[in-house]
Write a protein that binds this ligand. Sequence first.
Ligand SMILES: [Zn+2]
Length: 330
Amino acid sequence: MIQTHIQDIDLTQLPPNTKQTGWIDVAPRPDGNTWRLPFLYVTGNKPGPLLVVTSGVHGDEYEGIEAIPDIFHQTDPQTLSGTLFMIPVCNVPAFETITRSSPIDGLNLARVFPGDATGSITPRIAHLIATKILPKADFYIDLHSGGIMYDIPTLAGYIHAENELGRKSFAGAQAFGAPILWGHPFPPAPGRTLSSAVDLGVPCIYTETTGGGLARANDVACFRNGVCNVMKWLGMLKSAPQGMPLTHHLLGSGNLDQAIQAPVAGYFKPEVTLLDDVQKGQQLGTIRDLFGKILSELHANTDGVIIMLRRLHCVRVGDGLAHITKYHPE
Ligand SMILES: [Zn+2]
């Protein structure tokens, strides 16, 4: 297979019955090279839906980055209807520096969508994805994880809305087959890949898993199977989706910018673990100084379930430490 390097891409004009990898130009670099986005696609020998999958929107989240080439290699054009188009690393500069945000302009790619064609590198990446990749998609999956900083369980997040887009998002999340479903009220927080997809009318989900700089085999397998399950649900592959048993169905803001923040800097010692049920006011942990003196006690701001904890112990003022969400009222 010859890799292609292209300046522009039209997902409606991809040749059928093909597997292809390559690069799309984003912006010039000062040294005369080019920032480029890697892509992998498989087109079936029969027409069908266009499924777009991205990962590496944050540069330190590896599970999706590992799963995407696996999915590419196991997908056969002969048994596929439609097109699977995947970008394994969206924030290429952040991937290189092993950071959540871009080292070039300091921006979080998941806060600048739909981007800006004349902006710095991060909004330019967002603009390319929002204008060239997402608009023609029949369904979109954005694979995330806790990255180096956060601990978060394996889940599929969907748009909780009483409309066609919300119904498809929920059904797609169910088909993905992660052990936890997490619905988010409409509209999603702005600047995200999902808010951009929703603005374009594209039903979508995102996923989270362990992170920590790891790509654990079970987590990668969940993502690999999950994407294939969504292809089965969309009718792109013949068999029926086979997900993992559901353990939690949660509902609440997925905006981790609104997590309980560190009021002081120091050493964070949590006293709860992921998926613990907590009561409003319950102590979640402490921040100490380097001599062990407690500087701050952190308390739950609401009843609910611990869905995110800061993994790193060193905290600065304002760092997000924990996020609590609710059970879905079924
Ligand atoms: Zn992420």
